[in-house]
Design a protein around this ligand. Sequence first.
Ligand SMILES: [Zn+2]
Length: 268
Amino acid sequence: MAHFYSKDDTHQAEQTSPDSDSAVTSGSPPGLSRRRKFLEMAVRGVAGGLIAPAGMELLSPSSVQAQTVISPKMALKELRRGNKRFVAVRMKSFDLDLAILRNHTSELQQPFAAVLSCADSRVPVELVFDQSIGQIFVTRVAGNVVTSEIIASLEYGVAVLGAKVIVVMGHGSCGAVDAAILGKEAPGQISALYPHIQPAIDQAGPDPLAVTKANARLQADLLRKASTVISGLLKEGKLLVLAAFYNIASGEVTFLDPDTDQDTDMNG
Ligand SMILES: [Zn+2]
């Protein structure tokens, strides 16, 4: 019964009408159908091309309104679910057929979420949220600090590509945070990161964990205020910007904003 773009059901997917939402959800156990439904909604344009009869061309980017059917809360919910799968080492993204995904995202990307994370090798963003090609728009820089280039990149991710949530994600044992706290001389331009992290040190004191969390919150706040594109989408309720902390030992992502660290309604 599994279709969409799972490895096992390419043939059935190709036989399915692009409009067959009901075929995706009806008759399936809720747990199984939910993620498929979300994926289909998240990448409706891509899926439309994917599940079109053989020979039918992909929908053009201008003809699809993929993420307009997804709310920011639904996007957040999928990230939460994906992280739970990652923590439990029960990932589903590996079941997706990467060849099909590559093919059908070659001219069109519609990521449902954007993430600003540290460059740390222990923070593999797509794995952490159990997502695959075309699903998360990732920007990375040591210390997950907001610069004008990062703002520009994330503005593209939300305003042009339609991502519904931006997560600014700090992590444990962050070398950039540790170095900024110590303030020691470093080779080359490493110390250029320090001024970006200093406001978090000023706020949270010398404890690395507290600084890391404060930094994620402050960088998220900077994004909300420094970008007119992002603040505009926030006002319209079309976007969420959230701070989060990634535990590199457990794999768990904790959302730091007080009203977001609980499960949200899928339809909310
Ligand atoms: Zn780091």
